[in-house]
Design a binder for this molecule. Structure first.
Ligand SMILES: Cc1cc2nc3c(=O)[nH]c(=O)nc-3n(C[C@H](O)[C@H](O)[C@H](O)COP(=O)(O)O)c2cc1C
Length: 401
């Protein structure tokens, strides 16, 4: 049973989503049969994988997926996928079918082109299919539309404003989101360009360009495509902090711009964080690709229980709730904190001692006979490094002094 709770209802650009969870443009939304199962499973909507005009050639290279491990499993996933091999007329037909089958779900389409005429034709075709929303991929390398060929559109303020304006001119009342990249020096300027162009919001903020690794046995980069590789789009847990920062910056400095949050959301806890920094909903890809559509059950029940426990009436009240507490470094309160060993929890591993000795302030000494750390209150500055080494939760504590 999928949870439908009044607490989870999420308004979004004139729609009422049953929950804040949307499938983002990806292989999970590329095939009609797969997309349909996603909506059936309880997702509030989807963005169909990015499509293009029939004249665009899409030449994929395989294998396209890779990952790197963290302590608890996959820390980041990489892909060298491109846009959908399905072109606009096929995708428009899928929009019609999905809208007919799921009239209450959000059916959005993602587009990409390299000319004004191209962008506007894609919009016109999708409008005639009654799509609910258009998302524009400005965060893939896209030829000659920007002033620097090969760069992402959303890496240029002027190209972003110009192309977003073309799309909105054609879309008129149809909501338009621009999917931006975090790989810029001034994310606020990009978001402001989207707003100036009259678009409704941003999807913030796609994968992060990365080199996924080198295989030690062959010294070839991964994924190995016939002996060669290229840069991947990094997704999943590794990029969540980048997404949170991007969303927070836009929410703090570009009021009125709707944000669909995306990047690194693996579970309901991550979604709480994303909403708390100002995203209006959560688009998810990697978690679904690794664990399947049914994670929607945990997402919805986990978020609903959390809201209830925290006495927060609805998703809407959570959006942006943490923003007032993000400050510039200069204005952070200066407080005296120090680290303390919680004796009954210490297992005598010595990790805090080594970290403080070689990466901190030599504030922890080691009593080897008793196998116990001892913290000098005078030398400890309260940096918090030792807490990161804890083998047992709560064996060290920071306290105000
Ligand atoms: C294999 C793969 C293909 C993707 N294809 C697209 C695409 O066609 N268009 C797009 O805008 N984003 C695409 N994405 C990016 C996702 O929509 C999403 O922005 C990104 O994976 C970050 O979210 P996540 O950490 O939840 O995965 C793709 C991601 C993956 C892993």
């Amino acid at each position: 049973m999928i949870l439908t709770s009044p607490r989870l209802k999420t308004p979004f650009l004139g729609f009422e989503l049953e929950n804040p969870f949307i499938l983002s443009a990806s292989p999970s939304t590329d095939e009609l049969s797969i997309a349909r199962r996603g909506l059936d499973a309880g997702w509030a909507g989807l963005v169909l994988k990015t499509t293009s005009l029939e004249t665009t050639s899409v030449d994929l290279a395989y294998p396209m997926m890779s990952s790197f491990a963290g302590e608890g499993g996959i820390a980041g996933m990489g892909n060298i996928d491109l846009i959908s091999a399905y072109h606009i007329n096929e995708v428009a037909e899928r929009v019609r079918i999905l809208k007919r089958e799921f009239p209450r779900k959000l059916v959005a389409a993602s587009i990409m082109s390299d000319s004004r005429e191209g962008w506007q034709s894609l919009v016109t075709i999708l409008k005639s299919a009654d799509v609910d929303l258009i998302e524009c991929s400005f965060s893939c390398p896209q030829g000659s539309v920007g002033e620097e060929p090969g760069k992402m559109l959303a890496q240029s303020v002027t190209a972003t404003e110009r192309v977003a304006g073309w799309v909105k001119d054609a879309a008129c009342d149809l909501p338009v989101l621009i999917k931006i990249t975090p790989q810029v020096s001034d994310i606020v300027a990009i978001a402001q360009a989207v707003q100036k162009a009259g678009c409704d919001g941003v999807t913030a903020s796609n994968s992060v360009p990365a080199l996924m690794g080198i295989a030690l046995d062959t010294l070839r980069p991964i994924p190995n495509v016939g002996g060669y590789s290229t840069y991947s789009g990094l997704t999943g847990p590794a990029i969540k902090p980048i997404t949170l920062r991007t969303v927070a910056e836009i929410a703090r400095h570009v009021p009125g711009l709707v944000i669909s949050g995306n990047g690194g959301i693996m579970n309901w806890r991550d979604s709480v964080e994303l909403l708390a920094v100002g995203a209006g909903n959560a688009q998810i890809c990697t978690a679904v690709m690794l664990h399947g559509f049914d994670i929607i059950r945990d997402l919805t029940s986990g978020l609903d229980n959390y809201l209830q426990d925290m006495r927060i009436n609805s998703v809407v009240d959570l959006i942006g709730i943490s923003l007032p507490y993000i400050a510039d470094h200069d204005s952070l309160p200066r407080q005296k904190v120090r680290s303390f060993v919680v004796e009954e929890k210490c297992i005598g591993c010595g990790r805090c001692y080594i970290a403080c000795r070689d990466g901190g302030h030599e504030a922890i000494s080691w009593e080897s006979e008793k196998r116990r750390p001892s913290i000098s209150i005078d030398k400890c500055v309260g940096c918090g490094l030792c807490l990161l080494t804890q083998p047992v939760a709560g064996c060290l504590e920071l306290r105000q002094v």
